[in-house]
Design a protein around this ligand. Structure first.
Ligand code: PPY
Length: 359
């Protein structure tokens, strides 16, 4: 069911969308500026092949709204945005550089209202190329004034979040003898595996890329779970770190975990899935809270001039914030997703820009 571009724009609660069609590459560029209430709209640029341009626009809008909540809950003085480059196929070489240059011109046109960074299928070297046309690209290499990949710090934030969730559900943050299943072991999931193993957890991994799994098995002796068996594998913590929409009416009844806490964006297929998890007795760490480590890294280090020590404190704060959200949800009888949204709304509607959200 695809909505038209007009329907999507008419139905969106964001501030605006910038669209551009790049005829040479047959690529659509969409920048969704969801909110600048707390500061410039920040969020990565996703490059993907979509069935229709409207699907790309819809993705940009949905993800931009998620960034507004993510930044607000993390206490960042920034708003939410996201961009999509909807390409007929993923470009490489000079074609890619050319497309990214023209995209950089579009970002520059917004004069800092929207500030970008890496996302699905874009990386640090891409930000270097975009950065040749605009100052508003986070995540460039250090030689180009950036602070490198945010993947490892995203993983540190998720690790703090997992400890907080385990403490809330089981009374102690101790991970020894707890089983954590990490689905997707790329840039973030792979780093998370390492942190969990060092912390004494029993770790199981799953990834469509067998080489990644074999590498982690060899380095850390982790267990491998076939992709088709992830959902009904017995574990204490299920950590989705790959694609979104893994929690839905079909998968939730099959889950055999106590906690869902992972790095993927948009893990719930629909808002009703938060209630399904709650009814199943599963503690869910809202994705836009637990995966804020990447935004803290990019915005904290590059825009706010934080020291490494401040960043480390703020990454640990993800655990504290989650504990507050879990406690609030228990007290109010709501889902953790609703409790997290309430924290974001307090800050967006009432909190002075630059302050941390009230618990
Ligand atoms: C995300 O966390 O989903 C992002 O998109 C990270 C990000 C944060 C700030 C600027 C660019 C990318």
């Amino acid at each position: 069911m695809t909505s038209s571009i007009e329907e999507l724009i008419a139905g969106w609660d964001g501030e605006g969308v910038v669209s551009h069609y790049d005829a040479e590459h047959g690529a659509w560029m969409f920048i969704g500026v969801h909110s600048t209430r707390l500061g410039p709209a920040c969020g990565g640029t996703r490059m993907r092949v979509y069935d229709t341009p409207a699907d790309g626009l819809s993705d940009a809008m949905r993800l931009a709204a998620g960034m507004t909540f993510k930044c607000a809950v993390a206490g960042l003085p920034t708003g939410g945005g996201k961009a999509v480059l909807a390409v007929p196929e993923l470009p490489v070489g000079a074609d890619r550089q050319d497309l990214l240059h023209r995209y950089g011109d579009l970002v520059e046109m917004l004069r800092g209202t929207y500030r970008t960074g890496p996302d699905m299928n874009t990386n640090g070297p891409d930000m270097d190329v975009i950065g040749e046309r605009t100052a508003y690209a986070f995540g460039r290499s250090s030689g180009n004034g950036g602070r490198g990949s945010s993947g490892p710090d995203t993983a540190v934030g998720v690790w703090h979040g997992i400890r907080a969730a385990v403490a809330h559900a089981a009374g102690s943050a101790e991970l020894t003898d707890r089983t954590v299943l990490v689905q997707g072991v790329g840039g973030v999931g792979g780093e998370l595996v390492e942190l969990l193993v060092k912390d004494g957890a029993r770790v199981a991994v799953s990834d469509l890329d067998g080489e990644r799994v074999a590498d982690l098995q060899q380095r850390f002796g982790v267990m491998a779970v076939p992709a088709g068996a992830v959902v009904d594998t017995d574990c204490d913590v299920y950590a989705p770190c790959a694609t979104g929409a893994v929690l839905c009416a079909e998968t939730i009844p099959q889950l055999r975990c106590r906690i869902v806490a992972g790095a993927a964006n948009n893990q719930l297929a629909t808002p009703a899935d938060a209630a399904r998890l709650r009814a199943a007795g599963i503690l869910y760490a809202p994705d836009f809270v637990i995966n804020a480590g990447g935004a803290l890294h990019l915005i904290g280090l590059e825009l706010l001039g934080w020291s490494d020590a401040t960043l480390a404190d703020r990454l640990a704060g993800i655990g504290t914030t989650l504990t507050e959200i879990f406690t609030h949800a228990d007290a109010q009888g709501t889902t953790t997703e609703e409790a997290a949204e309430a924290v974001a709304l307090v800050r967006l509607d009432g909190g002075p820009a630059g302050s941390r959200p009230a618990g």
